[in-house]
Write a protein that binds this ligand. Structure first.
Ligand code: ATP
Ligand code: MG
Length: 432
């Protein structure tokens, strides 16, 4: 016999049901408008890439590559594949493959699910969503600063006041190499205080140790040599310039010398936006970004400076949902109710006509059981989120009228000539 055991979702992966999806759509719409206003265009790379792309592009000794990738072997051809863990590696791979920056720099963004095999908790899932913004081909510090200014605008637009900006610089490769030697020496001298992750990373990528979330290692890490002290004049001047541009437009920030970001490929500016409230528990970072000038070359392309950021959308939505709910657009404009056979036909035609003039219309469809009482239909009309109910009963059909009842503002219902209904509703809803 066929099993009838019910299926459940994969652990750490969420269904977004219609009530929540309405908020997601609203947030996405705000994001798209905001991105457009800064000249960003959408691009979409596949959700699967060859595992090697992430391994090289994100870097060994990162949490993502060491333990969070959903990787598998394609059983049809043996390819090693991985569900994207972030967008940047795939976007840069696609940009190289298509010569995207051949005619000049590009501002692009991608939005959608990414996958990391982490321990699920509030604000941390195995499938989650990111908005990833990449400015490809821009070398100047002005772009680093503009991205942070742009984000400040977004938080304002979303009513998010309780966030702070942390900033650091990772300099260039030679500066990081000198700092690295100092870090290794420092951590070797305190080897007994290192946890297992840190011991493994010590000679691979000791910078990663600074990023540890282990509370027992915080004191050790706080006393570690700081990259700032290894910066040459050029990198220092560049970092100072980014800070000056931010100050010029009144953006507050703190320099956090321990900020190295989860991923390996950054250089110069790195930043994070963190919420101050404990709404997200310990998952307080809503946006991380920085410059990744070396990535294109690392992935086999022509050296191309670039800078970008990624926002965790689940976390952003947790913080802004109450604000977004305040002006959630009605799910539809009109719900059409009817009673009796002739009214059902008139309602069917009327719904069609209203849709043709551009309204969104839900027709009460329940023919098998009969339409049900007006009272029960009205409950469904209310629940539909419609702004107006259009009511067709025997009287309306006999008199060629319709009754229109506002569902939102408590205004009185009116019965009007059927021929006027479309114009009347259009005026009320679209203001035309
Ligand atoms: P964290 O330190 O919280 O693990 P991260 O450094 O791994 O973050 P990034 O790779 O910079 O995160 O990803 C950008 C953003 O995506 C994060 O700032 C966060 O808002 C969000 N994010 C990261 N991992 C998850 C996850 N597992 N679930 C939900 N959101 C996440
Ligand atoms: Mg992480």
């Amino acid at each position: 016999m066929m099993s009838t055991e019910k299926f459940t979702a994969v652990k750490g992966m969420n269904d977004i049901l219609p009530d929540d999806a309405a908020l997601w759509e609203q947030l996405e719409e705000i994001l798209r408008g905001w991105l457009k206003s800064y000249g960003y265009r959408n691009m979409r790379a596949p959700i699967l890439e060859k595992t090697g792309l992430f391994a090289r592009g994100i870097g060994a000794f990162t949490d993502v590559v060491e333990k969070e990738m959903f990787s598998f072997v394609d059983r049809l051809n043996g390819d090693d594949l991985t569900l994207r863990t972030e967008f940047t590696a795939g976007v840069v791979r696609a940009a190289i493959e298509s010569n995207l920056t051949y005619n000049g720099p590009q501002r692009v963004y991608s939005m959608g699910p990414v996958f990391r095999h982490e321990r699920p908790q509030k604000g941390r899932y195995r499938q989650f969503h990111q908005l990833s913004v990449e400015s490809l081909g821009f070398a100047g510090a002005d772009m680093d600063a503009e991205l942070m200014v742009m984000l400040r605008d977004l938080w304002d637009e979303l009513g998010l006041t309780d966030v702070r900006l942390e900033l650091n610089t990772l300099g260039v490769a030679a500066e990081r190499a000198a700092h690295r030697e100092a870090l290794i020496a420092y951590f070797e001298a305190h080897a007994e205080l290192l946890d297992e992750d840190a011991r493994r990373r010590l000679h691979g990528n000791p910078l990663r140790i600074l990023d540890t979330k282990n509370p027992a290692m915080q004191d050790l890490v706080n006393g570690a040599p700081r990259l700032v002290d290894y910066l040459g004049a050029e990198s220092s001047a560049r970092f100072a310039h980014v800070q000056r541009l931010l100050s010029d437009v009144g953006i507050a920030f703190t320099v956090n010398p321990r900020l190295v970001r989860g991923l390996d490929y950054y250089s110069h500016t790195v930043f994070e936006w963190i919420v101050n409230s404990d709404t997200l528990g310990s998952q307080g970072t809503i946006c991380g970004g920085g410059r990744y000038d070396g990535l294109t070359e690392l992935l086999g392309g022509k050296a191309t400076p670039a800078v970008g950021f990624a926002i965790g959308l689940e976390r952003l939505l947790l913080l802004t949902q109450d604000y977004l709910k305040q002006d959630l657009a009605p799910a539809c404009d009109v719900y059409v109710l009817h009673q009796g056979e002739l009214a059902a036909r008139a309602a069917f035609a009327s719904a069609h006509q209203l849709r043709q003039i551009g309204l969104s219309v839900v027709l009460h469809c329940d023919a098998a059981q009969g339409a049900g009482s007006f009272k029960s239909q009205m409950k469904k009309a209310d629940a539909s989120g419609a702004a107006y109910a259009v009511i067709l009963g025997e009287d309306e059909v006999a008199n060629r009228t319709v009754t229109i009842k506002p569902l939102r503002d408590g205004a009185e219902q009116v019965t009007i000539d059927a021929a006027q209904a479309a114009t009347y509703l259009m005026q009320k809803i679209a203001g035309v």
